[in-house]
Design a protein around this ligand. Structure first.
Ligand code: FAD
Length: 471
């Protein structure tokens, strides 16, 4: 081998890069193989970060166009410089991916550019080939432990193959060079709703087609309903219980045929189709076949140490069970490295927050009302509308509410669900309280500065005992 390490990480997304940094901090020698030119994986390069950069830019544009007059700020209608908006997004991404390269250097992590694959064993060591031209690898490395962190990719919809131009995944929809006239979004999950929002704000007609009866099936029903009402008000149309059956393309235009579950057929003319109908683990070309890794539900099976069924081979992030989220992958990266050195760290899977970064935002942690009902768990609910929150009034952002679900006897919090301004930031208080086993009364007796959006959390907690002050 060219070099031997304690740990080789394949894939430098939020799971892999965090695992590498933590393992290096704990004294291991670490190499990371990444096939992209930059670090950070899907999240930094074509996921979380560029989507939030465009959500923030397009939100400002929509505010200037539709919201400023309400604040008494009169301007000529704002004009869009899409190329500049995209360049800014690219710059945000570059600053962050460069930041990880700096952290790799600081922690003396060896970064190898190229696709990696497992190449059998050499005694107790696993062999990994990186890069090369198909006949000879550029690098041959060995390590006692290999961490698979190759993440996920968009799943195509039958009859609607990706072509990178008309039928695209989020990657291309984060980099359109002009505003589509009519964007058809297949899938009402968070990726579809976030990117649909971006292009709607920038002027596209947006239609979301979803095969299920409800969007965001993992989200609390009242929150999802409130969010969809808002998005409809913003001009996004929804075709629920409808499946795409085919597409006909001519000269940059497309006609997509759809069929509703009631049997009605229809054709929708559009110029771009964003397929955001789920993601699947990336495992092809990794040389995993000889190791015969055990799978469960389409993902790689791991134990509490993130060890797969093959000795020395570990996996984290989108490859394994659980929600495909960056903060979940990062937590696993940290815990994986710590457990290798014998620490008893764990990931609190019960309290992983899920967020939809539309406007209003939706965020939740713990059990939804539907799950509590389904599992026959008794609960008390407290709710507070942003309409009655002073800061929300000042901001002119009064849509939405905070809902707290708690045990009727002890008040222990079972779930908190928010739809409204900055729900993404507000949910962290809920995660903290739940992680420490706190109750609604704990939230209610904690100071929440006035006037802040966070006061809605306190009032919802008071409402669990039906003693809210401002409701
Ligand atoms: P990934 O980030 O997928 O990284 C895997 C890396 O492995 C990639 O860089 C890939 O190039 C590399 N790789 C694959 N195979 C090989 C190989 N053979 N050799 C070398 N390298 C290889 N999550 C959130 O929590 N919040 C958000 O706001 C959010 N927004 C998103 C928006 C979009 C549009 C998308 C698509 C996803 C979003 N996600 C978000 C999900 C998040 O991006 C993923 O959950 C996260 O990136 C998973 O991390 P990972 O480390 O498992 O893998």
């Amino acid at each position: 081998a060219d070099q031997t390490f304690d740990l080789i990480v394949i894939g430098a997304g939020p799971g892999g890069y965090v695992a590498a940094i933590r393992a290096a901090q704990l004294g291991m020698t670490v190499a990371v193989a990444e096939q992209r030119e930059t670090l950070g994986g899907v999240c930094l390069n074509e996921g979380c970060i560029p989507s939030k950069a465009l959500l923030d830019s397009s939100e400002l544009f929509a505010q200037a166009r539709d919201g400023f007059a309400g604040h008494g700020i009169l301007i000529d209608p704002p004009r869009l410089d899409l190329a500049r908006m995209m360049a800014r997004k690219d710059d945000v991404v570059k600053k962050l991916t460069d930041g990880i390269a700096y952290l790799f250097k600081k922690n003396r992590i060896t970064w190898l550019k190229g696709a990696a694959r497992l190449a059998g064993r050499n005694g107790d060591l696993l062999r990994v080939e990186v890069g090369g031209n198909g006949t000879a690898p550029a690098h041959l490395l060995e390590a006692g432990k290999v961490l698979l962190a190759t993440g996920s990719e968009a799943v195509p919809v039958p009859g609607l193959a990706f072509d990178g131009e008309t039928v695209v995944s989020a990657r291309e929809a984060l980099a359109f060079d002009r505003v589509p006239e009519h964007l058809l979004v297949v899938g009402a999950g968070y990726i579809g709703l976030e990117l649909g929002s971006v292009w709607r704000r920038l002027g596209s007609q947006v239609t979301v087609v979803e095969v299920l009866a409800k969007p965001l099936p993992a989200t609390d029903g009242q929150v999802a309903d409130a969010l969809v009402r808002s998005l409809k008000k913003q001009g996004i149309s929804f075709r629920m219980e409808t499946r795409v059956t085919g597409i006909e393309k001519r000269e940059g235009k497309a006609v997509v045929t759809v069929e509703s579950s009631a049997g009605g057929r229809d054709a929708i003319a559009c110029d771009r189709v964003l397929v955001a109908a789920g993601r699947r683990p990336v495992m092809a070309g990794l040389g995993l076949e000889p190791f015969n890794l055990a799978m469960e539900g389409g993902r790689i099976r791991v134990d509490g140490n993130y060890l797969t069924s093959a000795p020395g081979i570990y996996a984290i992030g989108d490859l394994i069970h659980g929600p495909m989220l960056a903060h979940k992958a990062m937590a696993e990266g940290e815990v994986f490295a710590e457990r290798l050195t014998g620490e008893a760290s764990v990931v609190d899977y019960e309290y992983i927050p899920g967020i939809v970064y539309t406007w209003p935002e939706a965020a939740g942690v713990g059990l939804t009302e539907e799950q509590l009902k389904g599992q026959g768990i008794p609960y008390a609910a407290g709710r507070f509308n942003f309409m009655a929150n002073g800061r929300a009034r000042c901001m002119g952002e009064t849509e939405g509410f905070v809902k707290i679900l708690a045990k009727p006897d002890t008040g222990r919090v079972l779930g908190i669900h928010v739809v409204g301004p900055r729900a993404s930031d507000l949910i962290t208080e809920a995660v903290t309280v739940m992680t420490y086993g706190g109750s609604a009364a704990d939230i209610a007796m904690t100071f929440h500065a006035h006037p802040t959006l966070a006061e809605a959390m306190k009032e919802a907690a008071l409402d669990v005992e039906k003693r809210a002050i401002h409701a």
